[in-house]
Design a protein around this ligand. Structure first.
Ligand SMILES: [Zn+2]
Length: 183
């Protein structure tokens, strides 16, 4: 554990404060850095992604008031994941005041998966076969793929719903979803 985190936590778990902090947990999707980490005890660390110990997690009712954004974000995330089963979690989310930035960080793990649609509004998935609905110039080559070219086993570009990748002429290229039709 980084010395910054050790000092900040005073050696106790920043979530439940019941036990010594033993692990640095990075609150995704931020990168590993003390300001994005929470010092957790063994108990919290092993359950923080499963959230099976329902009663234990009431500790976020306290930790959510921690001045550290990382601790707020993790506490908010935990309460947010439990709110449907546990009324205390919903009450906590309703009563706490947290910066929008921290809330987006906390809920970023739940943002919906982007949906890739073809030219006709069909949902595309990894491994699908598509047909080009118009000729496509393959950048950096003199090769042009004619309309009707079949592209097998496409991959969705996860952060851009308008892009897929596929192999044409042994070359993996990015193809715009609006120029393909699911086969
Ligand atoms: Zn703990």
């Amino acid at each position: 554990m980084h010395i910054t985190l050790e000092n900040r936590s005073g050696g106790s778990c920043e979530c439940c404060s019941l036990a010594p902090a033993q692990f640095a947990f990075t609150v995704s999707p931020k990168k590993e850095d003390p300001q994005h980490q929470v010092a957790l005890c063994d108990n919290c660390f092993t359950d923080v992604e499963k959230l099976e110990k329902m009663d234990h997690w009431r500790c976020v009712e306290g930790s959510i008031w921690n001045p550290e954004p990382a601790v707020q974000a993790l506490s908010y995330r935990i309460a947010n994941q439990l709110k449907e089963k546990e009324s205390w979690a919903q009450n906590l989310l309703d009563s706490v005041e947290i910066d929008e930035d921290v809330i987006s960080w906390a809920t970023s793990n739940q943002s919906k998966q982007l949906i890739h649609l073809d030219a006709f509004g069909n949902t595309l998935e990894n491994g699908d076969t598509v047909v080009l609905t118009q000729a496509l110039d393959v950048k950096g080559t003199s090769f042009s793929a004619p309309k009707g070219t079949v592209v097998k086993k496409i991959r969705l570009v996860h952060d851009n719903p308008e892009h897929i990748e596929g192999k044409i002429n042994e070359q993996t290229i990015v193809i715009l979803t609006k120029f393909v039709k699911k086969n």
